[in-house]
Write a protein that binds this ligand. Structure first.
Ligand code: SAH
Ligand code: DHB
Ligand code: MG
Length: 228
């Protein structure tokens, strides 16, 4: 049976998405180097670019670089003085991503921090990093609860936090899942559900990347006490 979702996504991508050469080349370079095809789709990438522009975001934090395909989409939506910091712990992924950044017009806007995301986040907090305008959480989903708590310390009222891959073909509904990714996303949603410091929603998506979705939260206030 023809997958209509996929066909329609392809139609939208062809009609609406300007996938520049450096983006196409990045995906090709990822493939040549054997990176998993876990990048956002072109239509999702264009969504992230539009969101960056609409929110007039200047400082972006990305957790989970892979080959930097989503990073490049974000960078393309930034103003002249905008920056993206992206976190990656795989040697190979970091290397390929840096090549992809160097082959784009945006290498000057992108800083790749190599190492465990939790450690990099902790360092950013300890350094007294300026809060970010937009944060994209897209690494090991089992650690999403930890990442969300750390990200709150790198946020200000108005920060947008996106969590990728929160549906996973509906696996999110499994009550006794033993998949740490599913458990991580469920706890991630529990934190959002219980937090007085953000307003959140989730959007289901279908298309060339299958049935999945993302959360979007707006940070509305910041915890005063250091108990997270
Ligand atoms: N944002 C990318 C896709 C990221 S895939 C895009 O849409 O193009 C998830 C990435 O997170 C992988 O490259 C993986 O190596 C990285 N990752 C997984 N666990 C990590 C950790 N603990 N610290 C840092 N990076 C991690
Ligand atoms: C997976 C991870 C992703 O970030 C993604 O966008 C798709 C799939 C995965 O681990 O399977
Ligand atoms: Mg993802």
């Amino acid at each position: 049976m023809v997958n209509k979702y996929e066909e329609v996504d392809k139609y939208f991508i062809e009609k609406l998405v300007e996938e520049e050469d450096y983006l196409k080349k990045a995906l090709l370079n990822n493939k040549i180097n054997g990176l998993p095809p876990h990048d956002v789709s072109p239509s999702q990438g264009q969504f992230l670019k539009l969101l960056t522009k609409i929110s007039k975001t200047k400082r972006i934090l990305e957790i989970g670089t892979l080959g930097g395909y989503s990073t490049l989409w974000f960078a393309s939506g930034l103003p002249k003085d905008g920056t993206v910091i992206t976190l990656e712990f795989s040697d190979l992924h970091s290397q390929v991503a840096q090549e992809n950044f160097d082959n784009s017009p945006f290498s000057g806007k992108i800083e790749l921090l190599y190492g465990s995301a939790a450690e990099s986040l902790t360092k950013l907090i300890a350094m007294g990093s300026e809060p970010f305008d937009l944060i994209f959480i897209d690494a090991d989903k089992g650690n999403n609860p930890l990442y969300l708590n750390l990200c709150m310390k790198l946020s200000k009222p108005g920060t947008i936090i996106i969590g990728d891959n929160v549906v996973r073909d509906g696996a999110i509904l499994e009550k006794n899942s033993e998949d740490e990714r599913v458990i991580g996303i469920q706890k991630f949603l529990d934190i959002m559900s219980n937090s007085e410091h953000m307003v959140s929603t989730a959007v289901e998506t279908v298309g060339i990347k299958g049935y999945d979705g993302f959360t979007m939260s707006l940070v509305t206030s910041i915890k005063k006490i250091k108990d997270i």
